[in-house]
Design a protein around this ligand. Structure first.
Ligand code: C2O
Length: 581
């Protein structure tokens, strides 16, 4: 094993796309950001120096951070943000993991432009559990967001509100009561707070919007391949708020890995990837390709409010052969077809195909017994409007999102420090509810009380607790899928279903043999998902929806995993350069 050193200079940089040049927060002036590459067992040291006017922190999404929780990165959870002119050294070892992950900013909505691939290769002399691909290619699916991240945050709220209000209005129309305001007036009011049609100008492949948008044909990602070879595509969804369908015309893909864990290979023409998720696929190229170009397309899967941005982004797969006619115009263009924007059954069916490889070399260590069972609802809701503010939710309330009816308020100092130095007073309370406070029929008519409570509540569990957690979507403000990401852990996805989770009959159907292991789990729209994990990593671990809009509305909570008895079961003290708030 070796130590890999990286330096991230955070700075503003002018980036030109869609015939516009705008200033963006970047790492080393790159959009998307630089690759971080290591092998399993290596130590990664990244010195982050902040030259930008924004505060920032960087998260190594999917890295377990075993006993290195100080390097995890979420602002106000494991560290205070790195202020302008300050620096912080992230120092961690990659233990027992190999595959495709990502790094991204974890403060406000800065990950809109600050993200990049995090590639963990197998150890020297170790091989993939499939034939070595001819080439490996990283493809990041993302957004192009030109406006500044603080603006994005408030602006995106305004736009989503419009869509949400339309949806709520539909609910109101069908259920009567609950809302008296004139929706048109609110929509107009929201429109005035924004300054453009959308927070995201386009979706992108590796930062390039491609030929389906105005003025971007030359900013098209092209994948050039040789005939009759196997390529491994490392697909990463870095989009802010959208699960995406992905497909390549006339080519079948073999899925071999998800969230840096090997899976039993399966073939598909269309993939679904949620923000924060990664999928490795093998692409076998045609040994005798026609004189053609093949579109790769991505487009959102969306179950929420209205149509936020349902545009399609395109990239092109081309064959490098001597006989190929080099003029693009003479070629046939093949286009894949993608499912409907709200194809929930397709998505559920696709996610049920994932199984851990679960062989002797890569066993599935699914906890077979459970110490603690938890049931969390994930929901959109509303809060009373704070004094002196104008709020745009129903009846003048403020939109919110919650886990078990608790909308998590970020503290003004880092939770991990407060916990580690036993200075929790006034920072957090250890009373996160293990079950929802107001149980109801999660998929039926919304109740007339949408209020959630606010608080910085943590759920404290002893070291090595074997946890089973059911995450239940609700219909309080309309059913919607939520990609839930747990920091510091991979979890086994033992079951999923539509409707209300049935504690009597559903557990009997759990897969305890070869469930897929992931760091970001889709809670199905109008359904539930059950996960298991062993809490063997002491520290404070954020869990949240990986849609930034839901994250900032409060669909987030924190686990505190206590130290164990042995020295190697304790979280060491923080590094001396840990940022201060
Ligand atoms: Cu990739 Cu807490 O996030």
């Amino acid at each position: 094993s070796v130590t890999r050193h990286y330096k991230f200079n955070i700075r503003l940089k002018n980036v030109t796309r869609l015939c516009h040049t705008k200033s963006m927060v970047t790492v080393n002036g790159k959009f998307p950001g630089p690759r971080v590459v290591a092998r399993e067992g290596d130590r990664i040291i990244v010195k982050v120096v902040n030259h930008a006017p924004n505060n920032i922190s960087i998260h190594w999404h999917g890295i377990r951070q075993l006993q290195s929780g100080w390097a995890d990165g979420p602002a106000y959870i494991t560290q205070c943000p790195i202020q302008t002119g300050q620096s912080y050294v992230y120092n961690f070892t990659v233990v027992g993991q190999r595959g495709t992950l990502l790094w991204h900013a974890h403060f406000q909505w800065l990950r809109a432009t600050v993200y990049g691939p995090l590639i963990i290769l197998p150890r020297h002399n170790a091989s993939y559990p499939f034939a070595k691909p001819y080439k490996e290619v990283t493809i990041m699916l993302g957004n192009l967001s030109f406006i500044s991240s603080n603006l994005i945050e408030s602006f995106c709220h305004a736009i989503l509100l419009i869509n949400m209000i339309k949806k709520i209005w539909q609910i109101i129309i069908t259920t009567g009561e609950w809302f008296n305001a004139d929706p048109e007036a609110i929509i107009n009011q929201s429109l005035q707070t924004g300054n453009g049609p959308n927070v995201s100008e386009a979706y992108t492949f590796n930062g390039l919007p491609g030929p389906t948008y105005n003025c971007s044909a030359k900013d098209t990602y092209k994948l050039k391949v040789k005939p009759g070879k196997a390529y491994m595509l490392r697909l990463i969804n870095t989009a802010l708020n959208d699960e995406l369908f992905f497909s390549i015309a006339n080519h079948t893909l073999t899925v071999v890995e998800a969230d840096a864990t090997y899976v039993k290979p399966f073939e598909t023409n269309i993939l679904v990837i949620a923000p924060g998720q990664t999928t490795n696929v093998l692409l076998k190229t045609n040994p005798n390709p026609p004189n053609a170009s093949f579109f790769m397309l991505a487009r959102p899967y969306f179950t929420g409010m209205g149509t936020f941005d349902n545009s399609t982004v395109a990239a092109i797969l081309e064959y490098e052969t001597p006989s190929q006619d080099n003029s693009f115009r003479n070629r046939t263009l093949f286009k894949p077809s993608l499912p409907a924007i709200n194809a929930t059954n397709f998505v559920a069916n696709f996610s049920s195909k994932f199984r851990s490889l679960a062989n002797a070399q890569f066993p599935a260590n699914v906890p077979q017994t459970v110490d603690k069972r938890f049931f969390f609802t994930v929901s959109l809701g509303a809060n009373p409007c704070p004094k002196n503010q104008t709020c745009q939710g129903p009846n003048g309330t403020k939109f919110a999102a919650a886990v078990n009816n608790v909308s998590f308020a970020l503290p003004s100092t880092a939770l991990l420090q407060s916990y580690f130095f036993a200075k929790s007073k006034g920072v957090y309370t250890a009373d996160f509810p293990q079950f929802p406070l107001h149980p109801f029929n999660y998929t039926g008519t919304p109740p007339n009380n949408t209020f959630v409570s606010n608080g910085t509540k943590a759920l404290v569990i002893p070291f090595n607790t074997s946890v089973e957690l059911v995450l239940q979507d609700t219909s309080i403000l309309g059913a919607e899928s939520h990609p839930l990401h747990l920091h510091g852990y991979n979890v086994y996805v033992v079951g999923q279903g539509f409707g209300n989770f049935d504690p009597k009959n559903d557990p009997a159907k759990f897969n305890l043999i070869d469930p897929v292991e992931r760091n970001t789990v889709g809670v199905p729209s109008g359904g539930w998902v059950a996960i298991r994990f062993l809490a063997d990593n002491p520290g404070v671990w954020f869990m949240h929806c990986h849609f930034d809009v839901h994250l900032s509305w409060g669909l987030r909570m924190a686990w505190i995993v206590l130290d164990g008895e042995l020295p190697n079961q304790k979280l060491p003290p923080p590094p001396s350069d840990l940022p201060k708030c």
